[in-house]
Design a protein around this ligand. Sequence first.
Ligand SMILES: Cc1cc2nc3c(=O)[nH]c(=O)nc-3n(C[C@H](O)[C@H](O)[C@H](O)COP(=O)(O)OP(=O)(O)OC[C@H]3O[C@@H](n4cnc5c(N)ncnc54)[C@H](O)[C@@H]3O)c2cc1C
Length: 305
Amino acid sequence: MLQLAIIGGGVAGLSAAIYAARYGIECKIFEQKAAGGQIIVSANVENYPGVPGPISGFDLIQNFEKQVKSLNVPMLYKNCINIRGNSDGKTVEFDDGSQIEAKAVIIATGASPRKLNAKNEAKFIGRGISFCATCDGFFFKGKDVAVVGGGDSAIDESLFLSKLVNKIYVIHRRDQLRASKILQEKAFNTPNIKFLWSTVVETVNGEQKVESLALKSTKDGSSSILKVDGVFIYIGLIPASKDFCPPILDDKQGYIVTDSRMSTNIKGVFAAGDVRVSPLKQLITAASDGAVAADSVNRYLIGLS
Ligand SMILES: Cc1cc2nc3c(=O)[nH]c(=O)nc-3n(C[C@H](O)[C@H](O)[C@H](O)COP(=O)(O)OP(=O)(O)OC[C@H]3O[C@@H](n4cnc5c(N)ncnc54)[C@H](O)[C@@H]3O)c2cc1C
């Protein structure tokens, strides 16, 4: 039986692997897509302590992977669909029909972008609607685009787009941003970024690709049409928790509840990173969670908790 199965190869999972391997715990990472998770699409990371940057998410993750490989932790490309078991061990099931037994599990499956729920949204994903300016911004060179959201990601990606596209309309349902002051200042001083406050997207219009958005004011209910060629959506995250860990207590949004040692309500099952209830969802907190979770697994395996 494997000592530790780490589900998810993002920053939380990779950090957990580094710490677990250095404790001498035999572990494997199970990742459904590619190592790195959400940050892989970011062009500029500037706030990871010790890495003054700017560094791309891809390059940063290469360093994480190098460290994990040097510790001989294998990464297997499998999509976890269920975790079950008791105090003797857990069974982790994958969608290819295979399963493994492990004494402990760390769930580090992160989160994925929340959708708008606007009419026609599904039809235009990949045809003008994107969740990643770094990946798709180039396709909109010289064009007009909308960015929906008011947090760090929305403003960060607007600033990135401002160097590529003609004009950016930041559509935000409130009348002020949630983004950090430093990002706000940069955005307010960028001439081709325009803010549409207290506004939501109701419908995405177009034939083959996005041509315009039907907008509605959250203040007076008035409607308007905004002509754009693309829409970038940054309105939050959905935790990748629900499908495969129903026994674990979730809060209303589906994040996994843990204590400060990353323990869930099931003995031997831990959670780390963006998938758990936490006040800040960043690289540094994901890395920290991974380290704490691995330490807790170590204590669990030697019978200290
Ligand atoms: C565009 C963007 C820019 C950002 N910029 C910054 C920044 O500059 N600085 C910063 O600190 N933070 C930034 N963040 C936030 C940061 O990326 C996240 O907080 C961090 O990556 C979370 O790491 P994680 O390992 O918890 O989750 P994730 O990165 O989401 O990784 C989870 C991994 O688990 C895998 N997985 C999911 N479900 C399963 C399953 N069922 N089976 C197997 N594998 C599974 C996923 O494929 C993924 O690889 C940014 C986020 C985005 C989206």
